[in-house]
Design a protein around this ligand. Structure first.
Ligand code: UDP
Ligand code: MG
Length: 228
């Protein structure tokens, strides 16, 4: 691995109990990569899934040198899974998106173009959000607008953990010691030249949200304590 040339782009995909999505996901990512004229590595992070995510992934990526899997020893949560992916990624640019296909992988191509133009942080912002409960939409709107009033850090509204970062930004995040991480906040805090691209968030293809009320609360708490 050390001797391999540095890829231009790393794509990080965190997965917790996403066995049903694996094949469709890999199909979409493969199709995307085949349209890109530069080298790409895909880093799947299995966040202690309790279903067949790991074996399904291992079988699906066998013989695909550009794809690899990092398996965490237990379920650490989405923010930690993405952070581990960032520590593993070697690309000059690093894209992060959800593995459940709510974030369309195809958008990475447009995000990468912005990076080529000189932007270090390219954030995908939701123009619309399909298939979410009114409860989730309402609490998210309220929470992020409340948080914005409490902090000087310019956290992008209506954006999740779907972004493409220059290597310099990833290095800054990798050096942040926080255990309870609110990555969107750290990304905003890090600074750099920032651009936004808009997208329509899809409903989940399979399964259900793994952000339980408890995990949402924990994320909200880390955001509040970290950034107010
Ligand atoms: N995820 C994870 N660890 C967790 C919970 C979720 O890695 O403990 C992954 C999940 O597989 C998905 C992404 O994080 O790829 C977003 O999770 P989810 O779709 O459940 O959240 P939502 O879209 O409802 O906010
Ligand atoms: Mg989701």
């Amino acid at each position: 691995m050390e001797n391999m040339p540095v890829p231009e782009l790393s794509i990080i995909l965190p997965l917790f109990n996403e066995a049903e999505t694996v094949h469709v996901l890999i199909g979409r990512v493969d199709a995307l990569v085949s349209t890109l004229a530069f080298s790409v590595e895909v880093v799947f992070v299995n966040d202690g899934s309790r279903d067949d995510t790991e074996v399904t992934l291992l079988a699906a990526i066998a013989g695909k040198p550009g794809m690899r899997l990092v398996s965490l020893s237990r379920n650490f949560g989405h923010q930690m899974a993405v952070s581990c992916g960032m520590a593993e990624a070697r690309g000059s640019a690093v894209a992060v998106l959800d593995a459940d296909l709510q974030d369309p992988p195809e958008l990475i191509s447009e995000m990468h173009e912005k990076w080529r133009l000189g932007f270090d942080v390219v954030i995908a912002r939701r123009r619309s959000r399909k298939g979410e409960s009114w409860f989730k939409l309402f609490t998210a709107k309220l929470f992020y607008r409340g948080l914005a009033r409490m902090t000087d850090v310019p956290i992008e509204l209506d954006a999740g953990d779907f972004y493409l970062l220059d290597r310099q930004v990833v290095e800054v995040l990798n050096r942040c010691p926080e255990h309870s991480r609110f990555l969107r906040g750290l990304v905003a805090w890090a600074g750099f030249r920032r651009a936004v691209v808009l997208y329509d968030r899809e409903p989940r293809r399979f399964g259900k949200s793994n952000y339980t009320l408890g995990k949402m609360w924990s994320l909200a708490k880390d955001a509040l304590f970290g950034f107010s």
